[in-house]
Write a protein of this length. Structure first.
Length: 331
């Protein structure tokens, strides 16, 4: 176990136009913008969205120190959208790589909702396009919409009606060796919630404790029961997909979303009490670091690699001084 109570806190995607992406995830997916970070000196901005529990109001002003304090201590997973300034107006910018091509590791983000058909009808009226509508293909009753950057957004039906609306339930990554990946993320405090062998591939779902659905799987649960319980979760799960045979191919490697010409998905991030102590333990896995805690211009945070080379950001719980231009609190 990595020391410092690691908590999955974010999933990062690069976006071209924050106005379009924020509107999509707030207006269509029901997320709340909880914080922003502006770095004009580096020409990029960060936007953090989260799904709030039913009845919870958010009254902080994104970009303020108060919002920063909330972000770096909250007990839910944020969707981090990274905007490199100028991409929205650059006619030569070709867009980000949305994944789902050969050897791509990132697959999609997913939301559950009360009625997939109704949700898709509303999205279609708003001009959202689809990779798959609910009655298309072999798997009926689920859909894949495109967000403004072409990332796939899966829509699934929860088992009982909720007033929460849409809530993020999963982020999908393809892995080479599922047992290595499960062991790695268990060290970060994630729990294996469901694992299913489909013949030529295996899916594993891992998550943090969810106080809303109180999902505690047991060895006696049937797979259908586990799947049902997953659909009632409020906090997201990390979906790991292993295509059988890749583990024995020495040179096989998924694209991780940070290669030149294939940038899109960036990383997932964990909060810890002490970044340096956590990194000492992570180093023992032997997968290496993209950035050590004292590397680069931003000290006190790190990017480790998981078994497949995906970037794992390690952030101090409570945050650090990031050097962003903060906003003034609105009374």
């Amino acid at each position: 176990m990595i020391p410092g109570k690691p908590m999955w806190q974010q999933t990062m995607l690069r976006i071209r136009d924050p106005a379009k992406s924020l509107a999509f995830y707030q207006d269509n997916m029901g997320m709340t913008l909880v914080d922003t970070f502006d770095f004009p000196q580096y020409k990029f901005s960060l936007y953090f969205l989260a799904t709030l529990p039913e009845g919870e109001e958010y009254n902080l002003t994104p970009g303020t120190q108060e919002a920063h304090d909330y972000l770096w201590t909250m007990d839910r997973v944020a969707l981090e959208l990274t905007h490199n300034h100028g991409t929205e107006t650059d006619p030569d910018f070709k867009g980000y790589h949305a994944g789902n091509q050969e050897k791509d590791g990132f697959g999609h983000v997913a939301f559950n909702c009360n009625d997939v058909y109704e949700a898709c009808s509303e999205l279609e009226e708003k001009g959202v396009s689809f990779k798959k509508k609910p009655d298309e293909g072999r798997m009926k009753g689920l859909a894949f919409a495109y967000d403004p950057d072409g990332y796939w957004v899966e829509l699934l039906a929860r088992n009982s009606e909720s007033k929460i609306g849409n809530s993020t339930i999963s982020v999908k990554l393809c892995v080479k060796d599922i047992d290595k990946s499960i062991a790695f993320y268990e060290a970060f405090g994630l729990k294996l919630l469901r694992k299913k062998n489909y013949g030529d591939f295996t899916n594993a779902f891992m998550g943090i404790k969810d106080e809303v659905s109180d999902f505690e799987p047991s060895d006696s649960d049937e797979d259908a029961t586990l799947k049902s319980k997953l659909m009632e979760r409020f906090l997201p799960v990390l979906e790991l997909t292993h295509n059988h045979g890749t583990e024995s191919q020495e040179d096989f490697q998924h694209f991780n979303g940070n290669e030149d010409g294939r940038q899109g998905f960036g990383h997932i991030g964990f909060l810890v009490d002490d970044v340096y102590e956590a990194c000492d333990a992570i180093r023992e896995f032997g997968y290496g670091f993209r950035k050590e805690p004292d590397g680069g211009s931003m000290k006190g945070l790190a990017f480790a690699y998981d078994p497949d080379g995906y970037s794992i950001e390690i952030i101090k719980r409570g945050g650090i001084e990031f050097g962003d231009v903060k906003k003034t609190k609105i009374e």
